[in-house]
Design a protein around this ligand. Structure first.
Ligand code: SF4
Ligand code: SF4
Ligand code: FES
Length: 263
């Protein structure tokens, strides 16, 4: 399973424009009301520019949490478009509505008692077999996930493939909002990933080794020292910490290796 990447190409390309300041105003319609907003803003920032306070449907602001699913449409277009509000830049004459919450079927289960087999997915989400293969879910996904493909793997009973294929899902709900078969793809996917992680992949032995080191008081002395410091000294220490660069290889380690646990 690959390391999660914060943004897909599709999301990054949309956001490029938002990072460039611009004074040009464009008309948009929020909940049916017309506003003029700078054309450099994302939909999320446009809402705030227009005076809305986002209490729901807004989380990380970075394309990760999936809280900001949005639908929009252009005049004289038959197409409903979807995207993440924090990653999609406004365009003239967009008619926009936020989806702060999408009601979804969510099975309740005890993961420890489940078998990591296709029958489990089918028993908890029998509606997967209603899929008509239209591909609307794939076209709706802001993370460029082939949603139809992972649902097909779930139908075939391939838990591992469904888990791998859905790994970048941010649970935005846009696929489910558009699905004519009323699937809740992301809840099927998270069940597949839970089964995969709990029952299929080998236990992460390095984690156990590290927990043992922690329990063996590897950090005992350091914690004592930290607890003896005042707020100002703690702040100074924190600010002086070496941080990982924005772009760093998998093998990056800080220069001070005092607290590196290793294998
Ligand atoms: S939108 Fe629904 S019916 Fe269409 S392919 Fe996706 S899961 Fe199947
Ligand atoms: S699979 Fe569905 S819920 Fe997950 S990111 Fe794509 S559209 Fe959102
Ligand atoms: S606010 Fe988290 S993905 Fe948009």
């Amino acid at each position: 399973m690959s390391k999660p990447q914060p943004k897909t190409k599709k999301v990054a390309a949309k956001k490029d424009k938002a990072d460039k300041p611009s004074a040009k105003l464009v008309p948009i319609y929020l909940m049916g009301k017309r506003y003029e907003v700078p054309d450099s803003l994302t939909i999320q920032k446009a809402f705030e520019h227009a005076g809305y306070q986002l209490l729901r449907g807004c989380g990380c602001r970075g394309g990760i949490c999936g809280a900001c699913g949005t639908v929009y449409r252009f005049p004289n277009s038959y197409r409903i478009e979807v995207g993440l509000a924090c990653q999609t830049v406004v365009q003239p004459n967009m008619y926009i509505a936020q989806i702060p919450f999408f009601p979804a079927n969510k099975a309740v289960y005890d993961l420890q008692k489940l078998e990591p087999v296709g029958g489990t997915l089918a028993a908890l989400y029998p509606e997967i077999f209603k899929c008509v293969g239209c591909g609307t879910c794939t076209r709706s996904c802001p993370m460029d996930i082939d949603v139809l493909s992972y649902i097909s793997k779930a139908i075939q009973g391939d838990v591992a493939a469904a888990a791998e294929g859905s790994f970048d899902c941010v649970m935005c709900g846009l696929c489910a909002a558009r699905c004519p078969a009323e699937e809740v793809q992301y809840n099927v996917a998270i069940l597949a990933r839970r089964l995969y992680a709990r029952h299929i992949v080998p236990p992460a032995t390095h984690v156990h080794r590290i927990v043992e080191k922690i329990e063996g008081q590897k950090f005992g002395k350091a914690f004592k020292e930290l607890k003896s410091l005042g707020v100002d000294d703690l702040k100074k220490l924190y600010k002086g910490l070496e941080t990982e660069p924005d772009i760093a290889g998998e093998d990056w380690v800080p220069k001070d290796k005092t607290w590196i646990l290793g294998d």
